[in-house]
Design a protein around this ligand. Structure first.
Ligand SMILES: [Zn+2]
Length: 376
């Protein structure tokens, strides 16, 4: 899975630098007390019994019962815990090198929370992404870091942000706000299928789900509207494509891969260092998870993953994947036992804080001890 990006893509990245329609640094950093209030998933993400993670630590190969079990797990989670999120399926089929000419089913799941006042195509969406399929070989492969744990982290993030999002939308609706980029912010979680190659990683044998979704979205124009036509397709509604992969092993080191989103990397890294300074994280790695506040990698470091079809569609990507990969990468030992649970819980908190900050939640945060009346 280590492939340099073709040179055409780096040109694309350079163009993106000039094009981003989203305001940079538009939000307020979370206060210390807000960071302190961000819950850890705790036992909910335990690999043996935790309701977020345990049910998906099984082989989840497309076209097998494990795939269906994983899908049902995610759907049940949102239906029972977060009923205000919309649920969408994006289905496709494809032949694979091992399917003997038959088409295998691939299903991406899209969970979305957007302001109640927006028309279709109006909201800009922080987009958190992980793949839920597991690799066909070695037989019995579970893919705990790849990417069951990242999926579970995203369920935790959804749960943490939900109440704040509700409060923000309620308050804004009361004030009759809405209709600007800053106001029309939502969040979506993409759980993608078919990331893994069945035989050997090639352009055709990999990224089945993300290719299908990016293509469908690029071909689905949003309804025209005089006021809100700034996002032509669901692709252009993505304010940031934050892709989690291979997370859950101890002492990860995640570089900043893309100059155009280095500013977002810096925000994520700052959240990590602030949470460490406030002793809100459990792990004590030799270096931070996100050490490269002052440097981005060259393109030789780029890693092929689910962001590629989206980057080609002009989407801004922050790729959170460690370099080097975890030692268990694509080995049968990438299982629940080999996860470092402190690291898993810490990542969950860091991503939750990042999402809250991105969504400008200081607007609805009541600072403890602050009794001043807000005057409109
Ligand atoms: Zn993999």
């Amino acid at each position: 899975m280590f492939f340099p990006l073709p040179p055409s893509l780096s040109v694309f990245s350079a163009l993106l630098l000039l094009q981003s329609p989203f305001p940079v640094n538009a939000y307020k950093p979370l206060s210390d007390s807000f960071l302190q209030a961000i819950p850890s998933p705790g036992d909910a993400i335990d690999p043996l019994n935790g309701p977020l993670l345990a049910p998906i630590l099984i082989p989840r190969v497309p076209g097998t019962p494990g795939q269906t079990t994983a899908q049902r797990h995610f759907i049940n989670f949102f239906q029972s815990e977060l009923p205000n999120w919309s649920i969408q399926w994006q289905n496709s089929t494809a032949r694979t090198p091992i399917s003997g000419g038959a088409e295998l089913p691939f299903a991406n799941l899209i969970f979305k929370r957007e302001p109640p006042w927006v028309k279709p195509g109006q909201a800009n969406l922080l987009t958190l992404v992980a793949h839920y399929d597991s690799k066909y070989q070695p037989e019995g492969f579970i893919g705990a870091t790849d990417s069951a744990a990242p999926c579970a982290m995203l369920l935790h993030v959804a749960k943490v942000v939900d109440g704040y999002v509700q409060r923000m939308y309620d308050e804004m609706q009361e004030l009759g706000e809405g209709g600007s980029v800053k106001m029309d912010m939502g969040i979506q979680i993409l759980l993608l299928d078919g990331e893994e190659a069945f035989e050997k990683w090639t352009d055709e044998d990999s990224l089945y789900g993300s290719r299908a979704l990016a293509q469908q979205w690029s071909l689905s124009p949003n309804p025209p509207s005089a006021k809100f036509y700034r996002y032509r397709t669901p692709l252009s509604q993505i304010s940031l494509f934050l892709l989690l992969d291979l997370l859950g092993a101890a002492a990860p080191s995640v570089p900043s891969y893309f100059p155009t989103t280095h500013w977002a990397y810096q925000h994520l890294s700052t959240i990590e260092s602030r949470m460490r300074a406030l002793q809100l994280l459990e792990s004590s790695p030799p270096t931070p998870f996100l050490p490269d506040v002052n440097v981005t990698t060259g393109e030789h470091m780029a890693v092929s993953d689910d962001h590629l079809p989206f980057i080609r569609g002009g989407v801004e990507v922050l790729h959170v994947i460690p370099h080097p990969f975890p030692k268990v990468w694509h080995k049968i030992t990438d299982d629940g036992e080999h996860l470092d649970m402190r690291t898993v819980r810490d990542w969950s908190k860091i991503f939750a804080a990042f999402a809250l900050e991105w969504l400008d939640m200081m607007e609805v945060w009541d600072e403890p001890g602050d009794n001043t009346e807000e005057v409109a």
